[in-house]
Design a protein around this ligand. Structure first.
Ligand code: BEZ
Length: 259
């Protein structure tokens, strides 16, 4: 899931990711079902993070290559699954040529603001007839959370609303347009709400921001960091805190597209 720019990606904490964000690959199992991997297929897992979904795909007998832009994530994946192949690679510059029956991606592509480069690289990587099966945050994903972080930064005089834009959450029409422009036939695309429980009870929201919201925290700065986190929690508590836990206002975009 960590196709974040390497500048920030270098700071990915694979331990925290594994310990507190296991919902990412637990939900990702649904996307593996959509992929429907077959024994003997060669499958590229784009933005593999710590490799848990690559391992699930391999259990079907597929030959998996997991790639991630974060060397730390790839190191953690290799340590966890020494029999699988993992490489550090940038999804905007994939160098594979007609090597894969399928390219899979879960919760990674919203870190990349250049979807054309992703589709072009995936196209090159797929053999003719191959499929691209992906899930990412779609239009409106974490909107309440972004609005609250924007507002808190604005109140602190640290940034204007919308100044921090770490993510790319496309609409259905936007994503279909880019896919088709790059040669794909879109077989399925869907956008749906999936409120997602953030691990660790009352600390869930701040854990999430620490893991994923580095750009917001950087704007707040060390001095105002705690004030920022408290204000975001205060703004979101009436909307996203229920029964002792935080719920991310996730909205997913799923796509199956063929070469
Ligand atoms: C997501 O999976 O929707 C997501 C994860 C981290 C940051 C933003 C969105």
């Amino acid at each position: 899931m960590s196709e974040k720019a390497p500048e920030a990606g270098a700071a990915w904490d694979a331990g925290l990711y594994n310990a507190k964000h296991d919902f990412i690959w637990k939900y990702g199992s649904d996307v593996v079902s959509l992929l429907d991997p077959r024994a003997g297929e060669r499958i590229l897992d784009l933005g593999c993070g710590t490799g848990h979904l690559s391992a699930q795909i391999a259990e079907f007998g597929a030959q998996v290559v997991g790639v991630d832009r974060s060397a730390e994530m790839v190191a953690a994946a290799r340590a966890a699954y020494p029999n699988l192949k993992f490489e550090v690679a940038d999804a905007r510059r994939l160098a594979y040529r007609e090597e894969f029956d399928a390219v899979f991606s879960n919760a990674a592509l919203h870190w990349i603001h250049e979807p054309e480069l992703v589709f072009q690289g995936v196209w090159r990587a797929l053999r003719p007839g191959g499929r691209f099966v992906a899930e990412l945050g779609g239009k409106g994903n974490v909107r309440e959370m972004q609005d609250a972080m924007d507002r808190a930064l604005d109140e602190l005089g640290a940034a204007r609303p919308g100044e921090v834009q770490p993510w790319y959450f496309p609409s259905v029409s936007e994503y279909v347009t880019v896919a088709e422009k790059n040669g794909f036939e879109v077989r399925l695309i869907t956008l749906f709400d999936r409120p997602t429980a953030l691990a660790d009870g009352a600390a869930g929201l701040r854990n999430w921001i620490v893991m994923f919201g580095a750009e917001y925290l950087a704007k707040a700065g060390e001095v105002k960091r705690e004030e920022f986190l408290r204000r975001v929690e205060e703004l979101l508590r009436p909307k996203l805190f229920r029964d002792g836990q935080w719920w991310g206002d996730y909205r997913r975009l799923r796509i199956v597209a063929c070469k």
